[in-house]
Design a protein around this ligand. Sequence first.
Ligand code: GTP
Length: 380
Amino acid sequence: MTGKERARPHWAVRMNYRNRSLSALLLLATIGSHLSDLGAGLPAWLALAATFLVYPHLVYAVGKRSARPLETEIRFMLVDAALYCGWVGALGFPAWIGFILVVALVLNLVVFRGMTGMALALGAVAVGLAAGWALARPEIAPATGTLTTALSMLSLFLYLMAFGHDAYTRALQLRQTRDRLRDNEQALQRQLGEIQALQTQLKQQAELDPLTGLFNRRYLTATMEREMARMRREGRPLSLMLIDIDHFKAVNDTLGHQAGDECLVRLATLLKINTRESDVVCRWGGDEFLVLLPTLPREAALERAETYRKAFESLPMPRGGEVQRATLSIGVACHPDDARSADALIAAADAALYRAKQGGRNRVEHGGAPAARDPSAIDA
Ligand SMILES: Nc1nc2c(ncn2[C@@H]2O[C@H](COP(=O)(O)OP(=O)(O)OP(=O)(O)O)[C@@H](O)[C@H]2O)c(=O)[nH]1
């Protein structure tokens, strides 16, 4: 906010200042015309000047310095009602002057305070009329001269038009503010949607292997504990297999790293296609894959492992070359027969895989106690 904006008086103070000054000039002319018809003396003319030339500017000076400008304005509107109607009482209720003032003053308070405003304004009007009449004790004179009547009509017309225009301007501003708020809210909603989509994407990326699209080791570690606990609760078995491509280094060396990648993707696809919804397939690392099979007993898991082995063996290699086919070695372990914890189950499957490699590769082994791996023995 700039200093200039901060110094700007409250909108109600500005609006009322304009309306009060305009109506004061019109009333100055209207009541002046009537005083002239009456041949009024100097005190009446001085009072007229004080009321309609000085008072509106005093009100503005106080209003713009007020800490609570709206409340101050409303209090001044009641003073307006009493003061202006004091003139009506003092002049003996000339019909047109009284009519304009009562309409204008009551309307002012209705706009700011509704029906309560109307009641307050009528009270102030009554006080003003009584005080004015008590002060001057005039003859009751409802009629006004032709010029005074014309000025009264003009005053009422212009005052009501100014009021209508203010109402229109405020409604327009409110609509524009509402539209702007709605646009901002829509933009925020859009940004929120983008952030949420990005968060989902990041979460998925953190759990997925970028090459194969399978779950990664991090996901499996979190999931496996949960699945084992569930199977334990339900008293059902859980099988796990570790799958490793035989001599994968040779695939890379002979056909190239890209063909090696393609080989990994093909194995991933094969595993994905041949698993149930409840199974979890993950890339364990390098050319090693892990499949978690909740509720599957050993025999069914071994059958499944054989299916993978045979299907992969018959897959053509990505490109021609020295290595014409690749094979899998698979180690299977079952909970609760082979191990009771997640780590022990993985270790048991790893031991079975080791035996499969030792036994000549392209085979499935299962169960048994974990054994230390001896890479030289495998590759021998
Ligand atoms: N193309 C490709 N190769 C990979 C990737 N990750 C690991 N490798 C390679 O996979 C090979 C794994 O070799 P090992 O598991 O040590 O041995 P192996 O040649 O498969 O032999 P055995 O497992 O004993 O049958 C290494 O040469 C790694 O460089 C990958 O994302 N893409």
